[in-house]
Design a protein around this ligand. Structure first.
Ligand code: ATP
Ligand code: MG
Length: 298
């Protein structure tokens, strides 16, 4: 992070709370100025190693937890980003959860239920690949899904109005505030992909036999609703970007620079935490020395 341009670039990806937010003002393609791919890969390696050190302390201290949320359109690179963040982490202290279409059992509970159960324990890093935000995104584009939740007072499509979405945004802010106040650090990433690049990646998934499994015809149907999704993302980010649970809009057309930005932001957010190895008291230290004496005397 010695390059001033880069620091500024990273800062520009954070969405300010309460300000007017327009997704169009955020780039989908960007190569950080002054950094080529080789330099970028070197920086990433450094930051994933630093992150591993921090994770070790987080785990030992057992006081805080970290929740990293990834949201994006299909093929924006969520899986790759998750894999990248994990590079040097100890699997013991990380929980990755992928959230798909809810099961009937999940629909029988409030929408936070499955996410709450998947939250990281103290000392852990939790990664949500899709998240509680789907409940104001895919359901916003397909409001009929909400009827499947069997909510009180929501019996027809016209009940799912602006007031309904506003109360969901409020519920999400409340949910995040509660976990933050109890020791979880929350950071949220939107991988911002262009429609053109999604097309290229879909074609690649069709052309490359090892990627065929990643493509479903349903993805094409959702692509037709591109503008509806962008509008849903825009309002969701505007309403849920807070000082303590920030959204970062990551240009995602270029994979390595997206991963670099994510790494650096995670490190930056982590560094705000007071994490350290547990301190040993004088009495505990004396007991340790006594134990050593005993071992040496064997
Ligand atoms: P890729 O980007 O590689 O396609 P993916 O995350 O889209 O990966 P899929 O199995 O293709 O994984 O899709 C999961 C699907 O589950 C998405 O279409 C998503 O919108 C849907 N989903 C997730 N949460 C909910 C929810 N609460 N209600 C309805 N649908 C949901
Ligand atoms: Mg998909």
């Amino acid at each position: 992070m010695s390059i001033p341009h880069f620091k500024k670039y990273i800062a520009s990806l954070r969405v300010a709370e309460g300000k007017k937010f327009s997704l169009k003002k955020f780039d989908t393609a960007y190569n950080p100025k002054g950094i080529d791919k080789e330099e970028g890969l070197r920086m990433m390696q450094e930051s994933t190693l630093k992150l591993a050190e921090l994770q070790d302390k987080l785990y030992a201290q057992d006081k805080y937890s970290v929740l990293i949320v990834f949201q994006a359109m299909d093929a924006a690179g969520k899986d790759g980003a998750v894999k990248h963040v994990m590079t040097n982490l100890s699997p013991q202290g990380v929980r990755v959860s992928n959230f798909k279409v809810p099961s009937s059992n999940e629909l029988d509970h409030d929408y936070f239920w499955r996410h709450y159960k998947a939250l990281p324990a103290r000392g852990e890093i939790g990664i949500f690949n899709r998240s509680h935000y789907e409940n104001v995104l895919v359901t916003r584009v397909h409001p009929e899904y909400i009827l499947g939740e069997n909510l009180p007072n929501i019996t027809k499509l016209s009940d799912i109005n602006d007031a309904f979405w506003h109360s969901r945004f409020k519920q999400i802010r409340r949910f995040e505030n509660n976990i933050i106040e109890n020791g979880t650090v929350v950071m949220k990433f939107f991988l911002h992909l262009s429609k053109e690049e999604q097309k290229n990646r879909f074609i690649e998934r069709i052309d490359n036999p090892s990627k065929n499994w990643k493509f479903s015809l349903g993805d094409l149907k959702e692509r037709l609703l591109w503008d509806n999704y962008q509008a849903a993302y825009e309002e969701m980010i505007a309403k849920t970007a807070t000082e303590d649970a920030p959204w970062f809009v990551i240009p995602a057309d270029n994979k390595w620079s997206a991963r670099l930005a994510i790494s650096e932001i995670i490190l930056q957010e982590f560094s705000k935490l007071k994490i350290q190895y547990p301190q040993v008291s004088a009495a505990q230290k004396a007991a340790l020395l006594k134990a050593k004496e005993q071992l040496l005397a064997e």
